[in-house]
Design a protein. Sequence first.
Length: 112
Amino acid sequence: MEKSLADEINTFVSKLPLETYQGKTALRIAIANILTLDAKQQDYGPYNICGNPHPELGVAFRAGDKVQRLMNLFLETGGDPRHESISDSWMDLANYGVIGEMLHKGIWLENE
């Protein structure tokens, strides 16, 4: 992440009533995750998620697959894979959670 963007995020986080290191750090990570989600949506668009009759279930399956991949990475590589980033896998899982919640609330395509 570029320094000016990191500075903007830190300034934003410091203005919120977050009291704990964990809360502040979680928000910084969540913002970085959402920036990645936004970038991927620019490439893929929203219909790769909702283009099937049960999009919420589809996201749940994707999240389940990501959990299985993480478990395999930890069990097979001891948490040190050579070809896949564990951090990226956690980010994908977090973003699937956000997408799932948006689908559940019926707001995934609200402005489309």
